[in-house]
Design a protein around this ligand. Structure first.
Ligand SMILES: [Fe+2]
Ligand SMILES: [Fe+2]
Length: 264
């Protein structure tokens, strides 16, 4: 049995590529995925209208849907917005998408665990960077241990480590430790966004069979790659990831990766 997941991120409603988001919906329905994953940065500025647009678009996508917030999904433009950010950073997100941290989705043969790597504020200038705490890592370790034999998938917005020549960094506090821990705990895939370009790369730990899978953007903030999303196909022995890029009116294969799954 093959499990098919569509992974999107960084749609940034308010700055979405409208032709790409419309064409993507049509393609999603053709693909008939078992799960839609939206790995954060659903909005541009975290304002209410953008959250509503994101929810309306995802309501037109196949179900079930699993989301996690990104660094853009909390308010930050203007005094009233900053107050909201400090009082209730995830209120708008959670009203439309459920808990910002700790989401779980399970189906026969697959378990998906969410973790929020975005922060309302940090002890550094750039609050767009990510963080993962010791307690979040321990929670994931326990969740992964509870799903032996499943394809075990973690979803977070920020790539935990810099692995390739990415056009930007996410400098996740605790990220290297988390990548090591998730490898040892048997995660198969860690799905993220944030970079706005797709890539797949193994973490340099343990058996090398835990892969970071990053999706691109469906916004106008392209970083050298057209608007894109990922199709992930999980077989009992192999996993394939295909990055689909928007060309003029439709999505075509940009790049694909295939690798053996960790065997229990
Ligand atoms: Fe983004
Ligand atoms: Fe981001």
């Amino acid at each position: 049995m093959t499990i098919k997941i569509i992974q999107v991120s960084d749609i940034h409603f308010g700055g979405e590529n409208q032709a790409a988001t419309e064409a993507a919906l049509a393609r999603f329905h053709q693909e008939k995925p078992d799960l839609m994953v939206a790995a954060g940065d659903l909005t541009r500025d975290g304002v209410v209208a953008e959250f509503d647009a994101a929810r309306a678009w995802l309501d037109r996508a196949p179900t079930p849907l699993f989301t996690t917030p990104g660094n853009h999904d909390t308010p930050y433009v203007g005094p009233g917005e900053l107050l909201e950010r400090f009082i209730a950073p995830w209120r708008r997100y959670e009203a439309r998408f459920g808990p910002a941290d700790g989401g779980v989705w399970r189906a026969p043969g697959v378990s998906v665990f969410g973790v929020n790597t975005a922060r309302r504020a940090q002890l550094r200038w750039n609050w767009s960077k990510g963080a993962i705490s010791g307690s979040q890592i321990r929670r994931l370790e326990g969740q992964l241990a509870s799903a032996p034999g499943d394809a075990r998938i973690v979803v977070c917005h920020h790539p935990l480590m810099e692995l390739t020549g990415e056009p930007m960094t996410s400098e996740v506090h605790g990220g290297t430790r988390a990548a090591n821990s998730l490898t040892m705990a048997g995660a198969d895939l860690v799905l993220s966004g944030h970079i706005h370009t797709p890539f797949v790369s193994p973490y340099p730990f343990g058996d090398g069979k835990t892969r970071a899978v990053v999706s691109g953007t469906l916004s106008v903030r392209e970083r050298g790659v057209p608007p894109s999303f990922n199709i992930i196909e999980i077989d009992p022995t192999q996993i394939r990831v295909t990055a689909m890029g928007f060309e003029r009116t439709d999505f075509v294969t940009l790049r694909s990766w295939a690798f053996d799954r960790r065997q229990a």
